[in-house]
Design a protein around this ligand. Structure first.
Ligand code: FES
Length: 293
């Protein structure tokens, strides 16, 4: 990593360790959770319906609109003034659902991610306020001030964007937390059949993957044990034998035991499904092969 990269990384880590931000982050996350609890609204904002986090997708619209407006401000000449104004208005409107989806993701964070998330959100709120002020100035005919306010907004939102990238790529917020667990492609014995009792989940480690085994009165299920949302232990979750589902103990995502698919979020990625068989009193599993397209 370059010196600049290292220093930036260190600065953000310091932010994540800041005691001052902790109580504020917890309060904010609690308040958001009380408004958007597990259910349809949370699934919609998280991107469960999309199979992908919604927030990073939505950020493209305000970032693209604001950046384009700034480029027009700088080199577009007088004739592009109206286009720049429209782009800023589009960016402000698009920022509302973007912020809502980000808030839903933020409410599931803890510790240093939550503290950095507070500054990420604050930077973006300030940036949007500056763009709103820019639009107001433009409407009053003060285009020069409007351009300066937009530039300031871009600067502040660049900080917010950097922190958002750090949260995703350095801290794994919003990524599939079980991606690196591939599991065995060939049948592998994992435990004695006699040890797996009905209604008592087991977690086994096989070829670098954690696998949840669960026996009902009629069959044995096996899916990835590490929750794709944020790594929660599904073997400690709530099992519903009638529906054949498991609910994650951390943020209440629900998965089908039969194939790992998401019943509801905030998870967006299915759990890895495994085939199961019993040979000579030993339970064997293998990663279910993807269905050919
Ligand atoms: S870790 Fe968040 S729902 Fe499982």
């Amino acid at each position: 990593m370059s010196v600049v990269g290292s220093e930036l990384h260190r600065a953000v880590e310091k932010l994540g360790a800041s005691d001052a931000l902790g109580p504020l982050g917890e309060k904010l996350a609690g308040a958001i959770k009380s408004i958007v609890g597990p259910g349809t609204a949370k699934d919609s904002l998280s991107g469960t319906w999309l199979g992908h986090q919604l927030h990073p997708l939505l950020t493209d619209i305000p970032i693209g609109s604001f950046t384009s407006a700034t480029i027009l401000d700088l080199i577009g000449g007088e004739q592009s003034g109206h286009a720049a104004d429209v782009l800023i208005a589009v960016g402000i409107l698009a920022a509302l659902p973007t912020a809502a989806s980000g808030a839903a993701d933020f409410s599931d964070t803890y510790g240093s991610e939550q503290r950095v998330g507070v500054v990420h959100a604050a930077s973006n709120v300030i940036g949007i306020a500056l763009y709103a002020a820019s639009l107001g100035a433009r409407a009053r005919g003060r285009r020069g001030s409007g351009k300066l306010l937009a530039l300031a907004g871009m600067g502040v939102m660049t900080v917010g964007g950097y922190l958002g990238g750090y949260l995703s790529y350095s801290r794994g917020v919003g990524v599939n937390n079980a991606f690196f667990e591939h599991g065995p492609e060939d049948w592998s014995a994992v435990m004695s059949d006699a040890e797996l009792t009905v209604g008592k989940p087991a977690r086994v480690e096989v070829e670098g993957a954690s696998v949840l085994l669960y026996r009902t009165s009629s069959r044995i299920f096996a899916i990835g044990a590490r929750c794709s949302h944020a790594g929660g232990p599904l073997d400690e979750g709530q099992f519903d034998d009638a529906r054949c589902t498991v609910e994650c103990p951390w943020h209440q995502s629900v998965f089908e035991l039969a194939d790992g698919s998401v019943v509801h979020g905030p998870a967006t990625t299915p759990q890895a499904p495994y085939d199961v068989r019993v040979i000579d009193g030993r339970i064997e599993v293998r990663r279910t092969a993807p269905v050919p397209a």
